[in-house]
Design a binder for this molecule. Structure first.
Ligand code: DQA
Length: 146
């Protein structure tokens, strides 16, 4: 089993970025936690972080044939990235959307996600641990338990 992990704009600065909103866990720590949990499901992980929507679309097109599922925190692209939404919809993989912060408690422009209608489910507002929860949910979906 292979899980694709995508992090969008500004998530490379996790740890330092607005820690009162996003906590102090770094992206490297998140990727390590995702790899460790995935390994318990005999899954390996391919990870991308990019600040560029086009680079994420390119990467998804390239990796989708070798992937079984997708965990994606698109950052702000979740709210306006139509090309990314189309790529996620077209990739044919079950996907779980993650947001570290509770976007519903924040500015109104964060309340809508273009991705939510094209993913299996979303984990929102549970901090960096949300990525690990997403792996668990995705593994169950891939294995046909959900
Ligand atoms: C985020 C929420 C988005 O609104 C924001 O633009 C981000 C991070 C989150 O993980 O809480 O970059 O996706």
């Amino acid at each position: 089993m292979r899980i694709l992990l995508v992090n969008g704009p500004n998530l490379n600065t996790l740890g330092a970025r607005e820690p009162e909103i996003y906590g102090t866990t770094t992206l490297a720590q998140i990727e390590a936690a995702v790899r460790a949990r995935a390994a318990e499901f005999q899954a390996d992980v391919r990870a991308l972080q990019s600040n560029s929507e086009g680079a994420i679309v390119d990467w998804l097109q390239q990796e989708q044939a070798d992937g079984d599922g997708l965990v994606i925190n698109a950052g702000a692209l979740a709210h306006y990235g139509i090309a990314l939404r189309d790529a996620v919809a077209a990739c044919g993989l079950p996907a779980v959307e993650v947001h570290i912060s509770n976007v519903w408690r924040r500015e109104e422009f964060r309340h809508a996600s273009l991705l939510s209608p094209v993913v299996s489910g979303a984990i929102v507002g549970l901090g960096a641990h949300g990525y690990v929860l997403a792996v668990e949910a995705l593994a169950r979906i891939i294995q046909g338990a959900e």
